[in-house]
Design a protein around this ligand. Sequence first.
Ligand code: F6P
Length: 328
Amino acid sequence: MSKNIKKIGVMTSGGDAPGMNAAIRSVVRTCAYHNVECVGIYRGYEGIMEGDFKSMDARSVKGIINKGGTVLKSARSKQFRTPEGRKIAHEQLKKAEIDALVVIGGDGTFNGGLVFNKEYEFPIIGIPCTIDNDIFGTTHTIGFDTALNTVVDCIDKIRDTASSHNRLFFVEVMGRDVGHIALNAGVGAGAEEILIPEENLGLDRLLESLHRSKRSGKSSSIVVVAEGDKIGKNVFELKDYVEANMDEYDVRVSVLGHMQRGGSPSCFDRVLASRMGVKAVETLLEGKTNYMVGLLNEKMELTHLREAVKGKSKIDRELLRVSEIMTT
Ligand code: F6P
């Protein structure tokens, strides 16, 4: 165990995700277990620069494992991207005698941590937490599983009304650059078509597929569209295009939006967050820095932050094939 690390700061940054609180709880309790002080930092890197810190003991995180959002709040900081901002951040951390950081967030959070480490050799470990599941080095990010359950629940409800009115629904789900939410929730909810940025289906093939569904006797359809999909400018343009080229369907759009980021975390996300928090703190105490903890082959593994931010996690090709078979 490293004798140099006596006080660890923990923060959440970037888009929030269900399970962030469970991760904070785990970091705080693991610090308490190892007799290391823990300091909560509000609003991510913004809070570091403002010295917005509060000491956290094991009891301070009671009753939060089941809560969505983040008790430490979150932000995306522009000032921390500047050398001046990072200098202020370093001074604040020194003043508060914080020796190391656990940063909970996505690739933007990790990029910030890497630059900061390079400039100040400040020990940092990352915990991947975003509903998008777009981080290399872990099969699951915290929040992804809960978001999937939320999306499937919404699509089940949309299907009820779609089938009552024989309608075609385009359901837009989050996923800025990747289609993990769309693909997994689409398969889980039995969508007729799934549009993701990784696979450009094209408008002609989409129409062809919708005609085929109609001919096969389907009276209503659900098409799940990842927000980062490039097939049309946006989901409303897709609706217009399909309506202009297909008069068999009455078309509606439903954009699920930020409700996907809220809610009580699933058991899977709570367990994952608890495991990742323990691994993050113990990795710092072993004297390591610049790693992200991740779930690989059911085990907690480390990936260098540089690798984690370089590559996006790839879409599961086998699941893509399953989705194609299921939509026939
Ligand atoms: O990265 C998570 C995410 O929810 C993306 O899926 C989405 O594009 C983005 O954040 C939305 O960000 P904001 O909350 O700033 O609108």
